[in-house]
Design a protein around this ligand. Structure first.
Ligand SMILES: [Zn+2]
Length: 363
């Protein structure tokens, strides 16, 4: 394997869309853009008609995608952009007015980045984690700039066909590479009078299918799955509900011994009332030596003093489940349990210290 994809996958694929709208035309031909309706209307087709069709198609297959959106598009087609966000797709940055980075000085480039982030904040209240340069141009200082502004990855370069690191003074920035063959622009973008004809769709499908077969054999990839702000918000909310449940269980145990079933029912009822839309698995409450057995159901058995009690609780919010497990002990815990618990905590803290953005689960 050339890249440690999570088992059992041997390659990854992403569907990504750059929602430029009129932005590139406004940047490169400001006079024409201000005077000529035809050029502007041609570029409005995508946001006005194409995006809805793409969303319908993705929805019919249940596929997530990444959309790279210039600040201009967010400002002028705000509702369409919000639709993408609300449909749960990833949104990445794509310049402010689709600026060609190779025409900008380092100071201008930083200002353009600041301007687009301000637009994201104002219209979407979101901070993008991914960046795709307009026209795939990157200056030597761009990776460091993106890293400084908190981006997790760039997707504009062609140095490999698996993700790789770009060195910056503040640590590596992940590059999720692109390539011309899988871009539809050289195949379909028609400029009147130019020699490139519009491609035959059957030919495009054949090219892309063959490329996929090659990439599959080579463990290739175009992008990594990265959580967006909205998804993290759902996870946080699910986690809050799980922690409130654990606090509730503690309070019930302090009052006196309860049965495993009473604890499970109470936790689930309260999480439901507080906004959980379900549970990732049946709530597990089990006391005594067999408490570690997988999928042990909650029974009418009373929690006994001095015996460990394990609760695994997974409230779900908008499809995102927080999986929280806690061990309680009514009264004095046995020395063996304390020793095990401390060893586990040390291991957990060591892992948390090693965590870095972009790491994969197997590592
Ligand atoms: Zn673009």
């Amino acid at each position: 394997m050339r890249f440690p994809w999570p088992e059992p996958f041997q390659c990854a694929a992403v569907l990504s869309f750059d929602v430029d709208a009129e932005s590139a035309y406004v940047f490169s031909n400001p006079d024409k853009a201000a005077a000529q309706l035809a050029g502007m209307e041609e570029r409005r087709f995508g946001v006005r008609t194409g995006v809805a069709r793409i969303l319908k198609l993705l929805d019919s297959y249940g596929l997530p995608a990444s959309f790279f959106v210039p600040g201009y598009t967010i400002e002028h087609h705000t509702e369409t952009t919000r639709t993408l966000l609300h449909a749960g797709h990833e949104l990445g940055a794509h310049g402010n007015v689709h600026e060609a980075l190779d025409t900008l000085s380092p100071a201008q480039e930083e200002q353009v980045l600041k301007d687009q982030l301000a637009v994201w904040q104002k219209y979407l209240n979101v901070r993008p984690e991914g960046y795709r340069s307009p026209a795939w141009e990157l200056n030597v200082g761009t990776p460091a700039l993106l890293k400084r502004y908190g981006f997790l990855y760039d997707s504009s370069l062609m140095g490999d066909d698996i993700p790789y690191d770009l060195d910056t003074p503040s640590g590596p920035l992940m590059e999720v590479p692109v390539q011309w063959l899988l871009d539809d622009a050289p195949l379909y973008r028609h400029i009147y009078g130019s020699s490139n004809g519009i491609a035959d769709p059957d030919r495009v499908i054949r090219m892309w299918s063959q490329e996929f077969k090659g990439m599959y054999a080579e463990n290739g990839c175009f992008i990594l799955e990265i959580k967006g702000e909205q998804e993290i918000g759902y996870l946080r909310q699910a986690n809050r509900l799980a922690m409130q449940g654990m606090e509730r269980a503690r309070a019930m145990l302090v009052k006196g011994p309860a049965t495993e079933l009473e604890l499970a029912v109470q936790l689930e009822a309260e999480a439901r009332l507080a906004g959980a839309d379900g549970f990732g698995y049946p709530t597990l409450v089990s006391c005594g030596t067999k408490m570690g057995a997988p999928h042990s159901p909650a029974l009418l058995r009373r929690v006994e003093p001095g015996k460990p009690l394990r609760i695994a609780f997974g409230p779900t919010v908008e499809g995102y489940t927080a999986d929280v497990v806690r061990t309680f002990c009514l009264g004095q815990p046995p020395a063996e349990l304390v020793r095990l618990q401390n060893g586990f905590l040390e291991a957990q803290e060591a892992v948390i210290r090693l965590l870095r953005p972009g790491m994969l689960c197997p590592s």
